[in-house]
Write a protein that binds this ligand. Structure first.
Ligand SMILES: Nc1ncnc2c1ncn2[C@@H]1O[C@H](COP(=O)(O)OP(=O)(O)OP(=O)(O)O)[C@@H](O)[C@H]1O
Length: 749
């Protein structure tokens, strides 16, 4: 069949699918209107039912609008003469016959995994290209050539769909690639939910896209487990989270929480990076001991007996109470030690164990007071006297000195900025040089490396706000009640197969204000996610892994990264080094070997760098060639702005990234128009740590020698910088060209 006829035939089917989509939307809108028209009153059962169906309809509507673009992108024909159309969601006709298969459904799998060598039962895979609702092109892979007519053979275009996808100009946001997922990526996406999956792959091998499509797949395949607990995706920084933020909604998923290590401690948004020596120390597991000791250091005993002045007689003067007479109450030193040891022996978090310490001290002081005043000191009298003592400022102050209530921010802030405290807490664990690397000014901003320390502290301190703990307990009791009730409602309505009672209870309780998993998770430090995905996972320090693992007690994780790109000096040198502590012998690894981003000429340059800095590491294979040989310019012979203008001329609508050493970022950024968001700028000036995971049509690497020298992992940084380019690469060097880059063609200034 000639291509034109094939196009007409496919257009007819695609139009039918869009009609179905329109019908589904209209029906859902109508159903939602009916539900909302019922109003928010009535019996409790009616309110629950209304909440449930309004939520479901709204969710379905969001999904139906998200799939408008590229609703259907593929078709498979098998040896039995059956045809399936593959798309972003599944659609059925009024007789419940499948018209479109969801890309995540098992039936769609052969669309992704069939290869000429192993086609399974497929005779043909067809990619459909739509603009709006019109089929503008198609390309076929035919697995059974003998079965093809002559005209059909002429339309064979091999990997055209993938190549077309890769040639698209960069928009500043990552897009989804459902139509062109490759076999090795499909293996990653559909790998089982349980356990730890490590996806190791070089730059541009699609680790990020595979991880995000995996999130969508897991939510589809394990909705009841994951929707309630949610999926957390941790990226290297907030810019990256924005870069990938549109992928999942465009796949129809809205219940995924995007975060970065710097944002994992509630209330802190750390963006600053530590200088390399501090980063190494903060990322070291010994810091868990240091924070532990810092907490114990705050549980003190006085050098002698505890002595506190308390008022004996007060009088009112001008309406103000003044102390007329006071006395000293005492607690012997050994008893204070016992009170402290007893509170510690409870193994409760510091702020929760404080009550035990406080009660013992108050009782001892009350006993002494009674003895001195010759008052009775039996049970009730003593309790009364102790309660009275608690109201004296002097007693409170003494107790706060000995066992203060602490927030993680105060504990860690004071630890890192007070030489004395640091020496005491870190003395047994860190050398003097390491301690010096940690010391910082009291008003220094939080760094990404501080966040795992804050998390550690939060774990050891427990919640300060007793009101909050009580509120949470009450809320939990309410929730249980709602859940029992919701279960009854679902049973009565025969909905138990479709929905979980706890889901309904959560939604009902939140009544529209905080209905998403993201909202609920954000409120709760102890939230346990159903699955956690970590991108650029090689950058996480051992301390950061503790923080991540706390959020997923089931150890259901996907970690994607590249050991050869580790930039943080506290990051991973091998996966086992970081993971064996938690899941020894229980993590599995998939490797991605094909680079879809960087053209072969640029990858050759990157490979030279890799050979020097990480000799054993294999660079990935590029699938295409670029449009110009990568070039090197001496800083003396070229004006950077001039070079950037000329590169912009070559890339048309695309985007350009200028990558600089950390120390030169401000100076170079000042040469270009300021940009609020580097993702929206035509020219984005970034350090290497900020451009991790991103990509640009053209990249200009400034001062490669400076990048290499900026940290012990500077060579890896240069490798990352070079591999951000999808089309063109230029390097502007100071002095002489680093010899790792000798392959670059000399550019003319
Ligand atoms: N199957 C595919 N179809 C179309 N484009 C793809 C496919 N796989 C990857 N790409 C494209 O290749 C580029 C690189 O992908 P991605 O950013 O996921 O790679 P990565 O392995 O995470 O890279 P890095 O480690 O350098 O951050 C992206 O533009 C992505 O859209």
């Amino acid at each position: 069949m000639a291509r034109a006829e094939a196009l007409i035939e496919e257009q007819a089917y695609i139009s039918l699918l869009y009609e179905r989509l329109d019908i589904a939307r209209t029906r859902t809108e109508e159903a939602l209107r009916v539900v909302l028209a019922r109003g928010g009153t009535g019996t409790r059962q009616a309110v629950v039912e209304r909440e449930v169906s309004a939520y479901e309809h709204t969710r379905r509507l969001t999904q139906l609008s998200a799939v408008e673009r590229g609703l259907c992108f593929g078709r498979i024909d098998d040896t039995g003469g059956d045809t399936l159309y593959i798309g972003r969601i599944g659609l059925r006709d009024d007789d419940h016959e499948s018209q479109l298969v969801d890309w995540r459904a098992p039936a769609a799998r052969s669309f992704y995994v069939a290869t000429p060598a192993d086609p399974g039962t497929l005779v043909r895979r067809r990619h459909l290209h739509l603009r709006g609702r019109t089929v503008v092109d198609l390309d076929d892979e035919v697995f059974d050539l003998d079965g093809l007519s002559e005209p059909d053979r002429r339309t064979l275009v091999g990997e055209a769909a993938l190549m077309a996808a890769l040639r698209r100009g960069r928009t500043g946001r990552m897009g989804e690639v459902v139509a062109t997922i490759q076999t090795e990526q499909d293996r990653v996406i559909r790998s089982g939910l349980a356990g730890v999956l490590v996806v190791q792959g070089g730059p541009g091998t699609g680790k990020t896209v595979a991880a995000l499509h995996r999130a969508a797949y897991l939510l589809y395949a394990h909705r009841s487990t994951l929707e309630r607990r949610g999926v957390l995706v941790i990226g290297p920084n907030a810019v990256f989270s924005r870069y990938i933020s549109q992928v999942l909604p465009s796949l129809g998923e809205t219940e995924v929480v995007l975060s970065s290590v710097g944002e994992l401690h509630r209330g802190v948004h750390a963006v600053a990076e530590d200088e390399p020596r501090a980063a190494v120390v903060k990322g070291d597991l010994r810091m868990a001991d240091v924070v532990g000791k810092a907490v114990r250091d705050r549980q003190r005993v006085p050098s002698g007996d505890l002595e506190v002045a308390v008022p004996v007689r007060t009088s009112l003067r001008d309406g103000v109470e003044v102390v007329v007479d006071e006395m000293i109450v005492r607690m012997p030193h050994a008893e204070v030690v016992r009170a402290r040891d007893h509170a510690r022996s409870l193994l409760k978090p510091h702020n929760l164990a404080r009550a035990a310490f406080v009660n013992r001290v108050l009782a001892a002081l009350a006993r002494d007071e009674a003895a001195q005043l010759d008052r009775p000191s039996d049970g009730d009298d003593l309790r009364h006297a102790a309660a009275n003592l608690w109201h004296h400022r002097t007693v409170r102050n003494a107790l706060d000195r000995l066992w203060p209530e602490l927030t993680p921010e105060r504990l860690v802030g004071e630890l890192l900025s007070d030489e004395e405290r640091l020496r005491s807490a870190a003395g047994p664990y860190l050398s003097e040089i390491e301690r010096a690397a940690l010391l910082r000014a009291p008003d220094a901003p939080w760094t990404v490396g501080d966040v795992p320390l804050l998390d550690e502290a939060a774990e050891l301190l427990g919640e300060v706000d007793k009101g909050a703990a009580a509120r949470r307990r009450r809320a939990e009791e309410d929730r249980m009640e709602e859940e029992i009730y919701a279960r009854e409602v679902l049973t009565v309505n025969e909905l138990t197969e479709v929905m979980e009672a706890s889901d309904v209870a959560d939604r009902n309780r939140d009544s529209g204000q905080e209905t998403t998993t993201a909202d609920r998770a954000a409120r709760d430090r102890n939230w346990a996610y159903g699955h956690v995905i970590v991108d650029e996972a090689q950058e996480l320090s051992a301390m950061a892994w503790r923080t991540v693992m706390r959020r997923v007690p089931t150890r259901s994780l996907t970690l994607v990264g590249d050991i050869a790109q580790t930039g943080s000096p506290a990051g991973a040198r091998s996966w086992g080094e970081m993971l064996d502590r938690y899941v020894e012998g229980r993590w599995r690894e998939e490797r991605l070997l094909v680079n879809y981003r960087t053209p072969a000429e640029i990858m050759d340059v990157a490979s030279d760098v890799l050979k020097e800095v990480a000799p054993g590491q294999e660079p990935p294979e590029s699938v295409r060639y670029g449009e110009a040989p990568p070039r090197a310019f001496s800083a003396q012979s070229i004006d950077l702005r001039h070079l950037v203008d000329s590169e912009l001329g070559h890339i048309g609508e695309g985007r350009l990234g200028v990558v600089t050493p950390d120390a030169r970022h401000a100076e170079i950024a000042a040469l270009f128009p300021p940009a609020d968001d580097p993702l929206d700028a035509t020219v984005a000036v970034l350090t290497v740590s900020r451009c991790k995971g991103l990509e640009f049509d053209a990249v200009v690497v400034v001062d490669p020698g400076g990048i290499m020298a900026q940290s012990p992992n500077g060579g890896q940084d240069l490798y990352v910088a070079i591999t951000r380019a999808t089309r063109r690469l230029s390097v502007v060097y100071e002095g002489s060209l680093p010899q790792e880059l000798r392959r670059l063609e000399p550019g003319l200034g």
